[in-house]
Design a protein around this ligand. Structure first.
Ligand code: HEM
Ligand SMILES: [Cu+2]
Length: 580
């Protein structure tokens, strides 16, 4: 009651104007400027999001081809078609590319860049130039990583464990330098988002109305800023050890390799939350929109993201149960790891409660999120098993771990990313993809994923070690099922890329709000206008207030006939007439 009064006071005070919703404008962020140069020098957060989308898709394809190479090699227990050395390089590059060039940047840099300022009712992020610089740093880091492939490749695994990485030949120095540079891109994005969320919220958008996607990005940004520098310093030290021979991690030089593992996992465990927490934000948006219901437990979802970010800093030692750390330390790390299950469980509970008795529409974005629920739960629960010291001693460095982290990273994060991409695609390009093919691709990806990774739990628990080129005959059928699955998965992704690109050129034009969502980004035309809003929107309701009438949310963009953007008003009048 009190809050309804407050919001009506607010609307009186600022005299909120309601405009007719406009579906599209002649001028949008895609056509406002033309030519490659305008893209390479753009300061528009939306265009930078698209630049990231293109670069990340290329990285994902390269990483994906390498994965298929690994799976093909494992078709037979002995050598199948490549040398053992090449195999080591393949899984190292696959892991490094997927983690550092795809998963870490994916949701924040692509979808976060595009959607966050619009959800906040802002014209752009707080530091547009810094935003563009992040993309250039990403590209520079990617170029150096690719150089490292040409300069001999690396075979240390994506974890760059010392002392091997301190002494092995190849291009470890180049690769770690590339990761170092990409780390800065990640830090700058985090700084930008935190400032934007604090400073650029539209009037009326209090913290309790902040969309949960923004909360997710906020929690992620904190981790990016606090954890990434530790990785940067660590790999810088590896470089110094290699180049200058200073003993830090290599016992031969008087260093300590366990120290490296502490440093590495102090970043890399929180980094797994950099990957998944923004994905949680996507889940909340999609669940609410496609259930037509207010999100259940708003604060519980928002704060559990922060709790996960916080606890995530205290559990890194669960990667080191068998590396010789003190058993008391192991017990503490094991206990703290179990705690992560609490905020994660809270999220699951709230999402399912949001769907309960909702008016559910099974469109492609929601299908991906339902897949996420299933796969991420398997990933999370097997994580609890691994966090149990007595079990981990047996499962460490087996295919069980490989299956675990693929269930959380692909089954969780990539599913959420795909859901988000399908959800926001109409806003990004103003077109709808082929929905039938999209459902087919989602099905192929879900089935292919399970066929690839479920057998890995079984062979891992039976002792199949990870990162091995040869294996004993008993595991062959598991490996072959897994390889078949990986090709189904690959076909699913290729299909998705195909209909996405097709839709840009031939897709049906879509309306401003094809999903009937209450969230702010759906109230502006599709594709988004160059500056998102022509006036500062005033947020009266929260983004999930499905019990309030739609008309309360419609911002429109241009008030036709008021001289404001006169160039388009005639066209808009016609469009509005046609709609009525
Ligand atoms: C939420 C997203 C998560 C991601 C992205 C993720 C990712 C990963 C990755 C990449 C590894 C393998 C590291 C390596 O290469 O050695 C790993 C291992 C592990 N994860 Fe997770 N994980 C997640 C959640 C969890 C949860 C919720 C738990 C437990 C509650 C957990 C417990 C573990 C443990 C104990 C290991 C070490 C296993 C071993 O090496 O023996 N993880 N995870
Ligand atoms: Cu971890």
């Amino acid at each position: 009651m009190a809050s309804a009064e407050a919001s009506s006071n607010l609307s009186k005070k600022v005299q909120v104007q309601r405009y007719k919703p406009v579906d599209y404008l002649k001028e949008n962020y895609l056509n406002v400027q033309k030519g490659l140069w305008s893209w390479l020098t753009t300061l528009d957060h939306k265009r930078i999001g698209i630049l990231y989308l293109i670069s990340l898709t290329v990285a994902f394809l390269i990483g994906g081809v390498m994965a298929l190479g690994i799976r093909m090699e494992l078709w037979t227990p002995a050598q199948t078609f490549i040398e053992a050395d090449t195999y080591n390089q393949l899984f190292t590059l696959h892991g490094s590319i997927m983690i550092f060039l795809f998963l870490v940047p994916s949701v924040p840099a692509v979808l976060g860049n595009f959607i966050l300022p619009i959800q906040l009712g802002a014209k752009d992020v707080a530091f547009p130039r810094l935003n563009l610089m992040s993309w250039y740093l990403y590209m520079a880091g990617a170029a150096i990583s690719i150089y490292s492939i040409l300069a001999g490749g690396i075979d240390t695994g994506w974890t760059f464990y010392t002392p091997y990485s301190s002494s092995t030949g190849g291009a470890v120095t180049a690769m770690t330098f590339g990761v170092f540079i990409i780390g800065f891109s990640s830090i700058l994005t985090g700084v930008n988002f935190i400032t934007t969320i604090h400073k650029m919220r539209a009037p009326g958008l209090s913290w309790d109305k902040l969309p949960l996607f923004c909360w997710g990005l906020y929690a992620t940004s904190i981790i990016q800023i606090l954890a990434t520098p530790v990785l940067a310093i660590t790999i810088l030290l590896v470089g110094m050890e290699r180049i200058l021979g200073i003993g830090i991690f290599d016992p031969a030089l008087g260093g300590d390799p366990i120290l490296y593992q502490h440093f590495f996992w102090f970043y890399s465990h929180p980094a797994v939350y950099i990957m998944i927490v923004p994905g949680f934000g996507i889940v909340s948006e999609i669940i609410s929109t496609f259930s037509r219901k207010t999100i259940f437990g708003y604060w519980a979802i928002a704060l559990s993201s922060l709790a996960i970010a916080f606890i995530g800093f205290l559990v890194w030692g669960h990667h080191m149960f068998v590396s010789g750390q003190a058993s008391l330390a192991s017990m503490v790390f094991s206990f703290l790891t179990f705690l992560v299950g609490i905020p994660t469980g809270i999220k699951m509970f709230n999402w399912l409660s949001t769907m309960y008795k909702g008016s559910i529409k099974l469109d492609t974005p929601l299908l991906y999120i339902l897949g996420f629920f299933f796969l991420f739960t398997v990933g999370g629960l097997t994580g609890i098993a691994l966090a149990t010291i007595a079990i981990d001693v047996h499962l460490h460095d087996t295919y069980y771990v490989v299956a675990h982290f693929h269930f959380v990273m692909v089954g969780g994060m990539v599913m959420a990313f795909m859901g988000g991409l399908h959800y926001w695609w109409p806003k990004m390009f103003g077109v709808m993809y082929n929905q039938k093919l999209a459902k087919l691709a989602c099905f192929l990806i879900f089935v292919g994923f399970n066929v690839t990774f479920l057998p890995q739990f079984v062979m891992g628990s039976q002792g199949m070690p990870r990162r091995y080129f040869n294996y004993i005959d008993q595991f062959q059928s598991f490996h072959q099922i897994s390889t078949v699955g990986s090709f189904i998965l690959g076909i699913g992704f290729i299909l998705a890329i195909g209909y996405f690109i097709h839709s840009i050129y031939y897709g049906k034009k879509t309306v401003a709000n094809p999903w009937g969502s209450r969230a702010t980004e759906w109230q502006i035309p599709s594709p988004a206008p160059p500056h998102n809003f022509d006036y500062t929107p005033v947020m009266i309701h929260g983004p999930y207030d499905y019990h309030k009438p739609m008309a309360d949310f419609q911002l429109g963009l241009v008030q036709s006939g008021n001289g404001h953007d006169a160039e388009h008003s005639g066209e808009i009048d016609k469009k509005v007439e046609a709609d009525n």
